[in-house]
Design a protein around this ligand. Structure first.
Ligand SMILES: [Zn+2]
Length: 291
């Protein structure tokens, strides 16, 4: 179960603008869909590798590098923290502008990404930790209310920002670039995910549709090189998965066989490597299996 307790105030390490972020005291990681490259669809908690975008200077930083300024209660936050823009879950982020995947389109509405986004904003409630407006500000015009609020929300990086970060990578730390490359890897795999869903619905094996382009291959290779020097519990599985997606099956198998506490994820990736499958694959937990 995911629980929140007030808000944490964190300063942008670059321009020192203070942002507010909900203080999460327990997580629910459950998502309807998980993949071997760590993609999870509409997860209740998607940390985006800790990569944040400053609302003031528009530059990027890791949350772990943002100085902690203090804590405010949820009640204080309702007066001090800006209302977030409508929350659009990751699995829909790419689809805006894509006509083919527009859901629930009525025949009298033009099927464009923009109108769909507008309608999405109308019906999609913001994040579940939204605070109701306090009584005394309810009648004030929206702009006035917002101007009186002191802290913008902490924002995560968008997928569309990632290529720009990597083009200017000399500006950033190795850890930030590792986070950006990880997100870029998962993002670039999304096109295959869409194709795989269509093929699977047609009862066709999707794996041969995974044909990473030069950008994907270069990103995966560079990420592998960065991870060789990184720490972290799931690093070995990520390294093995990158080798597998690059078609280096023996290397992937070798790494996964040495894992002391195998998981469903590591076993699924090992099984795919043994079958010579390089495509990203769904990790299906028992509660997700169709009965
Ligand atoms: Zn800033």
């Amino acid at each position: 179960m995911t629980r929140f307790d007030g808000y944490r105030l964190l300063a942008c390490p670059l321009c020192h603008t203070i942002h507010a972020t909900v203080n999460i005291v327990s997580f629910n990681f459950m998502a309807p869909e998980y993949w071997s490259d760590s993609y999870s669809a509409s997860s209740l908690f998607d940390n985006r590798q800790g990569l944040r975008r400053c609302t003031a200077c528009h530059d990027f930083y890791l949350q772990s590098d943002a100085p902690y300024i203090g804590h405010i209660t949820s009640e204080q936050a309702s007066r001090l923290v800006e209302t977030p823009p409508p929350y659009i879950p990751p699995f829909l982020r790419h689809k805006i502008g894509s006509e083919s995947s527009t859901p629930n389109t009525s025949s009298d509405t033009p099927n464009t990404g923009q109108s769909w986004l507008k309608r999405l904003k109308e019906w999609w409630r913001s994040t579940p930790h939204d605070q109701p407006q306090p009584e005394n500000t309810k009648d004030a015009p929206a702009e006035e209310r917002e101007q009186s609020k002191k802290y913008p929300r902490l924002e995560s990086v968008n997928d569309k920002d990632l290529a720009g970060i990597l083009e200017n990578q000399e500006k950033y730390s190795v850890n930030l670039i590792q986070a950006a490359r990880t997100l870029y890897w998962v993002y670039l795999n999304d096109a295959y995910r869409e194709t795989a869903k269509v093929l699977t619905e047609k009862r066709q094996l999707p794996y041969s549709a995974f044909q990473p382009n030069e950008t994907q291959i270069n990103n995966m290779r560079t990420l592998l090189a960065l991870l060789e020097f990184a720490d972290g519990g799931s690093r070995a599985i990520t390294i093995a998965e990158l080798h597998r997606e690059l078609g280096q099956f023996d290397r992937a198998i070798d790494i996964l066989q040495k894992i002391s506490a195998p998981s469903l994820k590591s076993e699924t990736i090992l099984d795919a490597a043994r079958q010579g499958i390089s495509a990203p694959i769904p990790i299906v937990y028992s509660y997700q299996k169709k009965k």
